[in-house]
Design a protein around this ligand. Sequence first.
Ligand code: ATP
Ligand code: MG
Length: 431
Amino acid sequence: MAITGIKGMNDILPAEIAVWQYLEASARRVFGCYGFNEIRVPVVEKTELFKRSIGETTDIVEKEMYTFADRNDHSLTLRPEGTAPVMRSLIQHKLFNRDPLTKLYYMGPMFRYERPQKGRYRQFHQIGAEVVGADDPRIDAQVLVMLCQYFAEVGITDVSLQLNSLGCKECRPAYREALISYLASRTDALCEDCQRRFQTNPLRVIDCKAVGCNSATADAPAMIDHLCGHCDNHFHAVRRTLDDLEVDYEINPRMVRGLDYYTKTTFEMVTNNLGAQNAVAAGGRYDGLIQELGGPALPGIGFAMGVERLALLKGEDSQLVEKPALFIAALGEGAQRVAFILMTRLQRRGVRVEMDYAGRSLKAQIKRADKLGAAHTLIIGETELAAGAGVLRDMTSGDQEPLALSAAEDLLVQRLVCSRIALDGALTTRL
Ligand code: ATP
Ligand code: MG
């Protein structure tokens, strides 16, 4: 029996790749405008890194990590998210010494042992961005503006930005106590998980999807009503800056992120179009994380977008799929030989060209050119070969014109490369 892939870990097939490459290229372009540089970190880290950063009592660390012992009995974990590894690298290489305001982005696979369903997988991909070195509220706003611009540029419009503040180590402990005592008087209504965790991770209860927990916490105290002066001012300044920049957002006082390191501004980009998986992107400020991981006391903020969810929302877009500029339909041995040489020369000069190798009929070859979406077909039969001129067919209009084979290479490069550049230009402006 053939060996299959692992449940929840998907192949991204050639038919889907155009959207993925488009989403990735758009991130590089948009993030680049804001001064972000790419960083690539390994997919495996010491387990301790995630325990210390994400938090021992979070869902991710408690039940979602792929953790294993290597041959030396070291505990390693497939990264469940990107922020902790990027911060580990930043500290290890002292990136903050090169630039006091470090702006990084990353993209790649993440791993969580979850129940696979639409928009939720065991290997999934994130595109994320991080800014380290400033707690200025304008930085929070800038990160959010960049996130919104990304969605607008890739044409995903049916999303909304939700904002909250989770306070800091000054104000959160008191709020946490207030929440625990609120929950303590309602434990009967909570789900089994929350009954167990409301003392250790009370914020998770607010976020719990169970109906009982949801109604039991309807009037629970909200963090934004318990912020200290500093966090309150910070949150107001973020909101004011977003208003200045005409960025739409909603305040969601119930939004609690599932990772312990978040402080102050937190946010999610949500949609109604993905069923239960309503978050497409999420992030927030993590002012204590770098110090917690053994680095200097530098503040940071970032987000991660789920690429599978972005791709589901974007849907298929045939305009994004790269198609051959030319198909050469050649009949007979002599014409096939000329065609193969011409095709290779054109490919060497940057034109996307295809031909047939199976000696099919002209009709079958043109059918294949059509199926591949070739913009033009150059027909070279025995007669054309003898006359030294093929027939160039525009596959959209059906117009045909003779093309001297001796000059074909230069003429085609000129025409097809130029139309390619025009198409790219049109795509970039349209998007
Ligand atoms: P969710 O509430 O859907 O479980 P999360 O809060 O665990 O999301 P984050 O850790 O904030 O997600 O990750 C950021 C983004 O990564 C999410 O908004 C989502 O788009 C994507 N993501 C997270 N987990 C998965 C997964 N298992 N499969 C696919 N995408 C995921
Ligand atoms: Mg999750």
